[in-house]
Design a protein around this ligand. Structure first.
Ligand SMILES: C[S@@+](CC[C@H](N)C(=O)[O-])C[C@H]1O[C@@H](n2cnc3c(N)ncnc32)[C@H](O)[C@@H]1O
Length: 173
């Protein structure tokens, strides 16, 4: 039988989990700042893996929807040295963090960052187990492919790193 402390512990753990997931979906304040620092660190491998499927093209114009802590913006700018990268995020904390991370590239006009809302972002991998009950959009590999195909992209390629739950979808338009 659970005593009052057991019940309180469950309620506290659940509230903490909900708070952390909310922060991951829309970082804010000091906790958000820490999460963005951590996202920049943890997502680096995923970004490099995804970018590895795309040939660098000097003059590309690239849109990063959900630019978070902004490290990916710098990596994308490096892939297109004569192009332009635009980052969008709905969280003011993310916009501020991305600005701090890309100050030099913003000054030279290579990177632009705006606060704005994109389509609800799909998630995949272990994140699904936590995000789905909290209302996150979860797409399968085939649904990722369908999003691009029905949006008018052709030659759609899907790459997967199953062990890590990573998906990279590429299309031409
Ligand atoms: C998992 S983080 C990804 C961060 C970054 N792209 C990276 O590679 O580290 C997802 C980001 O998307 C933002 N986001 C989620 N849904 C969004 C939406 N519908 N519109 C704009 N930004 C969104 C969140 O604020 C968060 O910063």
């Amino acid at each position: 039988m659970l005593d009052i402390r057991g019940v309180a512990t469950i309620i506290f753990s659940r509230s903490l989990a909900v708070y952390v997931v909310r922060q991951c979906r829309k970082p804010s304040g000091w906790v958000g700042r820490f999460l963005l620092w951590d996202m920049n660190r943890r997502h680096s491998g995923l970004t490099d893996w995804g970018n590895g499927h795309q040939a660098a093209q000097c003059r590309l114009t690239i849109l990063d929807i959900g630019c978070g802590g902004g490290r990916t913006l710098g990596k994308l700018a490096a892939m297109a040295p004569e192009g332009k990268v635009c980052g969008v995020d709905y969280s003011p904390s993310c916009v501020a963090a991305s600005h701090r991370k890309n100050e030099a590239a913003i000054r030279t006009g290579r990177v632009e960052i705006h606060q704005g809302v994109g389509l609800s972002s799909p998630v995949s991998g272990w994140v699904v187990c936590i995000m789905k009950p909290l209302g996150g959009t979860v797409l399968t590999v085939e649904e990722h492919r369908a999003v691009l195909t029905t949006s008018g992209y052709s030659e759609v390629e899907v790459h997967e790193e199953r062990r890590k739950g990573w998906i990279c979808v590429i299309g031409q338009r």
